[in-house]
Design a binder for this molecule. Structure first.
Ligand SMILES: [Zn+2]
Length: 341
């Protein structure tokens, strides 16, 4: 296998185009709608964070009840959009800010939301909780991936004070007052990735575990980013989600998985296997990093993703191919080192 060229370095040099348009868009909140009474149903409410100043890219989930919870507030620079939307929904108190994983597009706004809702506890996997209390090292590693676009795309996180952070893992629960959210370890996308199941409504919040599916298309693009993606874990986690037989699965990007939980899980497993196989095959025959990317993109268009150019452009802004290639490269390197050890 031809692995002697430096995929990672090449990828870095070419990443700029991916987020430039989005970074230049206005992310200021629109004028707030008039206030309403809090939801009287316990059904999930999808809150569009308007990531990158665009609709339907990143959705937070409000889980209403006696002790309302918000799952994955989104990036730091759209926290005001989410706070405004919660206000319009009549939510003046949040008990829990619940995070599927530490990535900036999911958890970056947690500190800002925690400041607005001082009674809220912030729940996150124990292995990454330290980054909430002190985001400096995490910010450094995000900058190493996204470069100078980092701040424009996501904003920068605010620290959450230690006493407000609840470290959780598989089998724990989040108290909603009248019911609980079950915590399910779903490593793969990241090692510290968690999903949550509302046992009363059957809604399951999967973060990025299934990948990305945008409105208007049922195609699922796998999400295989740096720094600790693992294919085998990702597949097992999707199988776990399927085995729980949820009523609905909420994907952070974006909304309820279509056509339904079971088919979406099957589709996500097939997609991520083909995605990784395709990466390995292109790596084998590619003559340079640029050639690898070109071949992978050609494969996306030809076979992996039968979507419109608009959908592909949207998938690229939310979950760019260069980022996924970099994540798979890292996974392959770890795998190779592991075998050699
Ligand atoms: Zn992620």
């Amino acid at each position: 296998m031809n692995t002697h060229f430096n995929v990672r370095r090449k990828v870095f040099r070419n990443r700029r185009g991916a987020g430039q348009d989005a970074a230049n868009r206005d992310t200021r909140p629109a004028a707030p709608p008039p206030p309403q009474a809090p939801p009287d149903s316990i059904q999930t409410v999808l809150v569009d964070s308007l990531m990158h100043g665009e609709k339907e890219k990143m959705g937070a989930c409000l889980v209403p009840g006696i002790r309302p919870a918000l799952i994955d507030p989104g990036p730091a620079n759209t926290a005001d959009n989410v706070i405004g939307a919660l206000g319009a929904l009549g939510i003046n108190r949040l008990d829990s800010i619940v995070l599927t994983h530490i990535h900036f597009d999911h958890a970056g706004g947690a500190g800002h939301l925690a400041e607005r809702f001082p009674e809220a506890t912030v729940y996150i996997h124990s292995r990454v909780a330290r980054h909430l209390a002190d985001p400096a090292r995490l910010t450094e590693s995000v900058r190493a991936v996204w470069g100078e676009q980092t701040e424009a795309l996501f904003g920068l996180p605010m620290a959450v004070s230690e006493e407000r952070i609840q470290r959780i893992d598989d089998g724990d629960t989040v108290d909603l007052g009248d019911r609980r959210l079950g915590v399910i370890a779903t490593p793969g996308h990241t090692r510290g990735h968690l999903a949550y199941l509302d046992q009363e409504t059957g809604s399951l919040f999967c973060g990025d575990a299934l990948g990305v599916q945008l409105p208007g298309s049922q195609v699922i693009r796998p999400s295989t980013p740096p720094m600790d993606f693992c294919l085998d874990d990702a597949v097992k986690s999707i199988e776990t989600i399927k085995s729980l037989k949820p009523e609905s699965v909420y994907m952070s990007h974006f909304g309820q998985a279509a056509p339904g939980p079971e088919q979406a899980c099957d589709q996500a497993i097939e997609a991520i296997r083909r995605w990784y196989e395709s990466f390995l095959h292109k790596l084998e025959i590619a003559e340079s990093d640029e050639d690898l990317r070109r071949r992978f993109h050609a494969c996306l268009e030809a076979t992996l993703e039968p979507v419109s150019p608009v959908t592909r452009r949207n998938l690229e802004t939310v979950n760019p191919a260069w980022l996924n290639i970099e994540g798979m490269t890292g996974a392959l390197e770890r795998d190779t080192e592991h075998r050699a050890a």
